[in-house]
Write a protein of this length. Structure first.
Lengths: 788, 99
């Protein structure tokens, strides 16, 4: 058994067609994108069939790959390093430098592939109904498909360059999708904001990739024969003891800045809530499985680099856990002051991403990846549920206070899927969120970060409370506004939203955009009042809710080791793998393992803590907190406390209109200040737009103005004065006496010549171009002749 | 090495581009033709760079792509302004400079 584990090369690992050809998965939607762009408008379903079919094909291939990967893992013992399936082709090569493109398929990429393909398929199906009759229907599906292609490409990427390609594709497509209804100023502003904010972080991605390449390339070329961009090479290099701590720390921090931007971590989270300006299916896709998960995925993918660079399991608090912890709380608190149901969900996403980052920062790799997995299902379900409400019940409004309430009677399916997903999000046993979120909190505490464990528990309390508030406002109490069947005509609907807009310039568009876009085709049911949505909308909701309920059981340490399937299939094993580049002392690794096992009954892998001998490591040895029921009970208690407290407050505040509570923020100065602090989102937008952008842009423009006024004008004026003086002298002495005669003659000549050349100055640009090229051609001809 | 073929491709693209600049009346199409010219230059640079086995040509090509992006940005902004002021993007309407 041990000889088998030390010589990974000797172990025969199962493989299969789906695993070997997983690189095709991103190519399918990319091709579909081209088809939609060129033929979409002529197709009977306006191009959506290409998108849906491509996503379903990607889903089938991902599931096939998942099945074969599980076979591969199950075929070997628990101590064997399961090699990822790596294939590379040369993309670009010159002068000894070459870039590859290919696939790096392991448990992590397969997990995310399945999630992305599944959610994308459902979202596309849902969109056929939700965006029915939209004026840019075909383009919407084109961008949506390319968006998924970008994410899938990033997930299968073999090296950093390919990963950047997918990453940037997503940035571009998110810009197009958020600004889908760009006619409204707020929407295009939100799209620009999303683009620029993530771009700010993306600088880190380029810097980090370059730093790591130059630091690692020599080692990876020598040892593994791969370039310093390769993910496999970087992982092995990070754990090899070769990197200098400065290089790897700088590289890891730069990469993490990119993740802050993409995954909406504090302080670059401000774009995410604004991104709600896009159509709801986009929010659902963006917030569950693509785009925002990209940052978390990058950290999980290059985990050895972050592990070493950020000193995970070190004594001090590292950058990742700090950012994650801060994000959890600040985003969760903001969710309380939102009236837009989608914004509550957006802040909830930011907060959940904080959990994932915190988990990664504390060495809880598997719980964090598992949380990506479960979160994708219930968050997609919540967003699609919000879309279902606005589509069928609240007349395209997302305002919980004005246009919702009491909807549980009208929308039983949406209501029940919403409740399931909310319970999953809050982490109630046995819904999926419990298994992933509690594992993160538990492992953070187990790794010694007690403060951040309390932050996590506090976050769980806040999550339960704000989700209860949103649920109460939407589904309970008395129907209000559109939910009460109040008839809006279009102007009225729009005015109502503009007038309540009192918290910032960029808010009002979000509430009413859906009303505009899909309105033409929906006028027929404008006055019907709330009712349940059609099957195309409810079936995806039911599927997602089922998974939100059940996906947690894939990795449920609560029921014993047998249930920890994801740990077995996904977590890379911290084994020393022998490579040709490193001379292997005879039997060294196997013997230490055997000796350690004999002596202490346990074996600690050297990966991550010591320099590996006789091979390389691809993953650090991670700790796993043992599951304790009392801990689960404690966090359950906190969650229920949050729910009950919030419920009682909601009933008092929104239904009973308790005089002591209503208007408290107006009466109490301190509370009022806190409320407006939150309502202005900690003034971060003000800071970025008014202070940072102005303080950079204004001095530059002022300096340029000063330079223009004083220096350039001075030179020009001085030159002018001296020229005038000289000219006067020349005029008196030379011009009058000597030149006049000549000039008169020349003048006549020039006039004649000008008259002859006048037709050339036709004012026609094409003609100027033709003259330019003609002259250049003559010049080239002359050169050729001279060179003969 | 298919140097000749690459150079031929570059030359053909260049000629198409020049033809477009001279003949087309639509400002957007002229901008596109200019892109063709720039990219034909890129192809030449890449072909020679591959033949000489140096990355210089690639680097230059990347520069050209960046410059071309900036150029299109400015160009399209001009076209947009033109359209706002005159409701047309025809180059024939812009002949105030007629002597």
């Amino acid at each position: 058994m041990f000889s088998a584990s030390t010589e990974a090369a000797e172990v025969v690992l199962k493989s299969g067609w789906f695993l070997e050809n997983a690189f095709i998965i991103p190519i399918i939607p990319a091709l579909a994108f081209v088809l939609i762009i060129f033929f979409g408008k002529k197709m009977p379903m306006k191009g959506s069939e290409f998108g849906i079919l491509s996503m379903l094909a990607a889903l089938v291939m991902s599931l096939g790959a998942a099945y074969q990967w599980i076979q591969r893992v199950n075929g070997v013992s628990d101590e064997t390093y399961v090699k990822p399936i790596i294939r590379t082709w040369t993309w670009w090569q010159n002068d000894g430098v070459s870039l590859g493109i290919g696939q790096h398929i392991d448990g992590l990429s397969i997990t995310i592939l399945v999630v992305v393909a599944f959610i994308s398929s459902l979202v596309q199906i849902y969109s056929t109904e939700y965006l029915h009759g939209d004026r840019r229907y075909t383009h919407f599906f084109a961008s949506l498909t390319l968006f998924s292609a970008g994410m899938l490409n990033m997930v299968v990427a073999e090296n950093m360059i390919q990963l950047i390609l997918g990453w940037e594709l997503m940035g571009l497509c998110s810009f197009m999708l958020i600004g889908h209804w760009w006619e409204e100023g707020a929407n295009s502003r939100a799209a620009l904001k999303a683009f620029f904010t993530t771009r700010t972080g993306d600088i880190g991605l380029l810097v980090g990739t370059s730093v790591l390449f130059f630091a690692a390339n020599d080692w990876t070329q020598k040892t593994l024969g791969v370039s310093g961009f390769s993910i496999r090479g970087l992982s092995a290099w990070a754990l090899s003891g070769d990197p200098s701590s400065a290089a790897i720390t700088v590289g890891a921090i730069a990469l993490f800045i990119a993740c802050i931007g993409k995954s909406g971590q504090f302080p670059l989270h401000t774009w995410l809530p604004d991104a709600m300006a896009g159509p709801t299916p986009v929010s659902s896709l963006l917030h569950s499985s693509t785009m925002v998960v990209a940052g978390v995925f990058l950290v999980a993918r290059l985990y050895p680099v972050f592990y070493e660079g950020m000193n995970v399991y070190g004594n001090s608090v590292n950058f990742i856990i700090l950012i994650g912890g801060v994000t959890i709380v600040i985003a969760a608190v903001l969710a309380f002051v939102q009236t837009d149901i989608k914004k509550v969900l957006a802040y909830s996403t930011v907060s959940q991403l904080g959990y994932m980052m915190m988990g990664l920062g504390a060495g809880a790799w598997l719980p964090a990846v598992f949380h990506i997995f479960t979160h994708a299902f219930f968050k997609a379900c919540l967003f699609l549920g919000a879309g279902s409400i606005s589509h069928s019940a609240s007349h395209h409004s997302f305002d919980m206070k004005k246009d919702m309430g009491g909807l549980r009677k009208f929308m039983p399916i949406t209501f029940s899927t919403w409740i399931v997903s909310t319970l999953a999000l809050c982490g109630v046993f046995p819904f999926s969120g419990f298994f992933s979120k509690d594992e993160i909190i538990d492992n953070v505490g187990y790794a010694g970060y007690n403060f951040f464990m309390i932050v996590g528990l506090f976050g769980a309390f806040l999550t339960a409370a704000y989700m209860t508030r949103a649920t109460y406002l939407t589904f309970f109490g008395e129907p209000r506004g559109a939910a009460a069947g109040e008839h809006h005509d279009e102007e009225h609907g729009h005015d109502a939203h503009s007038s309540h807009d009192d918290h910032g310039h960029d808010d009002h568009g979000h509430d009413s955009h859906d009303a505009h876009a899909a309105h033409d085709s929906h006028d027929d049911h404008a006055s019907h009042g709330p009712r349940e949505s059609g099957l195309i909308i409810t079936v995806p909701l039911i599927l997602l809710a089922t998974l939100a309920l059940s996906s947690g059981f894939l990795n449920a340490p609560a029921f014993g080791e047998k249930w920890e399937n994801l740990k077995k299939w996904v977590e890379p094993r911290a084994e020393v793998v022998s490579v040709t580049g490193i001379a292997k002392p005879a039997g060294a690794h196997g013997e230490t393992r055997t000796a350690a096992l004999k002596e202490a009954g346990s074996y600690d892998s050297p990966c991550g803590s010591k320099t590996p001998v006789g091979g390389v490591c691809y993953a650090p040895q991670l700790k796993h907190a043992p599951f304790k029921w009392w801990k689960a009970g404690l966090s359950m208690g906190i969650v229920f406390m949050g729910m009950i407290l919030s419920w009682v407050l909601c009933v008092q505040l929104y239904t009973r209109k308790n005089k002591k509570l209503v208007g408290l923020t107006e009466r109490n100065k301190l509370l009022g200040a806190g409320y407006s602090f939150l309502e202005n989102k900690y003034y971060l937008d003000t800071l970025y737009e008014k202070i940072i952008v102005r303080s950079i842009a204004h001095p530059i423009s002022r300096g340029a103005y000063w330079f223009n006024q004083n220096v350039l004008d001075g030179i020009v004026n001085g030159a002018g004065t001296s020229t005038r003086k000289t000219a006067g002298w020349v005029y008196r002495n030379v011009d009058q006496k000597l030149v006049d005669g000549a000039v008169n003659g020349a003048g006549t000549t020039a006039e004649n010549a000008g008259g002859a050349l006048q037709p050339v100055q036709s004012g026609k640009v094409n003609q100027y171009g033709a003259l330019l090229f003609g002259a250049a051609a003559i010049g080239a001809l002359v050169l050729v002749i001279i060179n003969f | 090495m298919l140097l000749n073929q690459f150079l031929m491709l570059g030359a053909v693209l260049f000629c198409i581009g020049v033809y477009g600049v001279i003949v087309r009346k639509n400002a957007v199409l002229v901008l596109m033709s200019i892109e063709l010219i720039l990219n034909s230059v890129n192809i030449n640079l890449l072909a020679f760079s591959l033949r000489n086995g140096s990355v210089d040509g690639h680097t230059f090509a990347l520069y050209i792509i960046a410059v071309a992006a900036a150029e299109v940005g400015v160009g399209l902004a001009m076209v947009l302004l033109m359209y706002r002021n005159r409701r047309s993007v025809g180059l024939d309407d812009l002949s105030e400079m007629k002597g």
